[in-house]
Design a protein around this ligand. Structure first.
Ligand code: SF4
Length: 385
């Protein structure tokens, strides 16, 4: 039971988003149409598969049984992959699904299990030689998998991937390890600051919510190179509480801090007027191969997908735009063609946001990798609570 009802909660990802750009965080809380991405789906499939295999019920099976692991892994991953595909395709905004990426997910799953073997003193084993008896031992060191943590005041939340016993050479526990499974690119040397802080956050939240805990450490487990990266540092919970106070959801949008890194993959551009002003002012580049535009449609042929657009120029930071006389042609196909056709069928003739268009000389290309949305700068919260 929490002492006070809180209006918002801080998780490591919302904290990072808030730091990158407060407006990005504010927009992420407006329940705008979500966007799916292949790396996120791949990561989820691996995480859920590790969870499922750790929870596999093997209690009634013979300890000597071998040759079962690869088959179980395949069944589990195939099932989770299919689930992720359905979620991806039913997310309102999504690029095309890449079925071939299941091989990357498979590698991630194998990598994660190899780390789990090494942490349970089994070293790297041939999967065909892992017995049910070995697996029971491995399961016994997994204390928690996909556990939700919440601070007593309800302000801080986190989701643990794995909590495992930290074994010494004799197989005795000398503490706990909070392990966060990472399917992205491993760091060169040490964890970057944000990931390090995320892991420390889980460690510290676990400590304050678990009385009588032993020594707790935190590690990033990178499945791509099967390496373990320890997180180092003092408690981050005080900083988290300070950040929490600034993350209160206001009626007015929070400040936008455009820069190439934060804006690069920001999925809220159609609702944010500030990046377009930053483009006008040269803070963001307008000459990258993949770029975004705010345009007016001049001509469109829905059979060939050939369009002529006029770039709209930003007037000020409220999202108003004006004609510019700068025009460019574009070839539109696949998903982007469906989107523009749908938009026009609703009678819409206002400014459009073109996301991730590919520049080829003076001609632009839009396809499954792109998005065409209404230009909808959001200047007041649309949340009802
Ligand atoms: S587009 Fe850039 S400035 Fe706008 S919310 Fe996203 S990160 Fe912030």
């Amino acid at each position: 039971m929490h002492k006070t009802a809180v209006t918002h909660q801080l998780s490591p990802s919302s904290w990072s988003r808030f730091e990158e750009c407060p407006r990005k965080y504010w927009l992420s809380r407006q329940r705008l149409p979500r966007k799916a991405s292949m790396p996120a789906s791949l990561g989820n499939a691996v995480h859920n598969s590790v969870e499922d295999i750790c929870n596999l019920d093997v209690t009634d099976r013979e300890d000597s049984e071998v040759g079962w692991l690869s088959k179980s892994m395949k069944e589990i991953l195939d099932r989770n992959w299919e689930k992720e595909k359905q979620i991806f395709l039913s997310t309102p905004r999504h690029p095309s699904w890449k079925p071939q990426q299941i091989s990357k997910a498979r590698q991630g799953f194998v990598g994660a299990l190899n780390i789990l073997f090494s942490r349970s003193n089994h070293g790297k084993k041939k999967f065909s030689e892992v017995s049910i008896g070995n697996w029971k031992q491995i399961q016994s060191i997994v204390l928690l998998n996909e556990g939700k943590l919440i601070s007593e005041d309800g302000k801080l939340i986190g989701r643990l991937d794995l909590l495992v016993d930290d074994l010494d050479e004799d197989g005795e526990s000398k503490g706990w390890i909070v392990a966060d499974l990472k399917t992205g690119k491993p760091p060169k040397d040490i964890l970057n600051e944000r990931v390090n802080r995320q892991l420390l956050f889980y460690r510290d939240l676990l400590k304050v919510t678990t009385p009588n805990h032993p020594k707790v450490s935190a590690e990033g487990w990178y499945s791509a190179n099967q390496e373990i990266y320890p997180a180092e540092g003092e408690s981050v919970l005080e900083d988290a509480i300070v950040a929490w106070a600034g993350m209160k959801l206001t009626l007015e949008p929070l400040q936008a801090t455009p820069n190439s890194q934060s804006c690069g993959f920001c999925e809220f551009k159609a609702w944010c007027p500030t990046w377009w002003v930053a483009r006008r002012d040269g803070i963001l580049s307008d000459s990258t191969t993949f770029r975004d535009e705010v345009v007016k449609l001049i001509r469109f042929d829905d059979i060939s997908g050939v369009a002529l657009f006029e770039r709209m120029s930003a007037i000020e930071d409220k999202g108003e735009v004006a004609e510019s006389n700068v025009q460019f042609g574009a070839f539109i196909k696949d998903q982007a063609l469906k989107q523009i056709t749908h938009l026009l069928s609703t009678g819409y003739d206002g400014p459009m946001f073109l996301g991730s268009i590919r520049a080829d000389g003076k001609v632009m290309h839009l396809g499954d990798w792109s998005e065409i949305l209404k230009w909808s700068p959001l200047l007041k919260s649309i949340r009802e609570d």
